[in-house]
Design a protein around this ligand. Structure first.
Ligand SMILES: [Ca+2]
Length: 171
């Protein structure tokens, strides 16, 4: 065993457990689960930091209530959700979107009964690409963020397209 002496100028940094007013984006690159996707529009595209890539749910009819779930990996004081749906020429698809926060993975797919609803886009939206923001007040300590198209609609209204999702926390 050997001891290492630290220079006296170094000290421990103590971070208080209560959040400050500093905020940051915490969803980018985090693990994502979702309904099956269409073509190469994979679920990870929703949190890749690019507005020109998207998650696009499948068109088989097997999943008329698509969902996407981001695991923030740790519990975060979520104070805002920002979302850029992909509208394109199909604004009728941007309907029935719910945004939910939870502590645990759903026991079964789409069972968000233990989650808190913090935002919604009832749609249809105008035919323009636009960010939507939902304040969470007071901030909610959360590990999971879900986007859920909670009403089953016929083809192809049921398709969910999310270009980007951002989650802002206090720390
Ligand atoms: Ca993207």
């Amino acid at each position: 065993m050997s001891k290492v002496l630290l220079p006296t100028s170094q000290g421990a940094i103590y971070r208080p457990p209560t959040p400050t007013n500093a905020s940051r984006e915490v969803a980018r690159g985090r693990p994502v689960t979702a309904s099956p996707n269409w073509a190469d529009h994979v679920k990870e595209n929703a949190v890749d930091g690019r507005n020109d890539t998207k998650y696009h749910s499948d068109t088989t009819g097997a999943n008329p209530k698509p969902w996407l779930l981001v695991n923030l990996v740790g519990s975060m004081w979520v104070k805002k959700i920002r979302v850029l749906p992909y509208v394109g020429g199909k604004p009728y698809r941007v309907t029935d979107y719910q945004f939910l926060l939870g502590n645990d993975e759903p026991p079964t797919a789409m069972n968000f009964s233990q989650y808190d609803l913090v935002g919604a886009i009832d749609g249809p939206v105008p035919r323009v690409e636009k960010w939507h923001e939902f304040d969470v007040s007071p901030p909610r300590c959360s590990r999971y963020v879900a986007v859920y198209k909670h009403i089953a609609r016929p083809f192809d209204t049921y398709v969910m397209e999310v270009a980007e999702l951002e989650v802002i926390d206090l720390y």
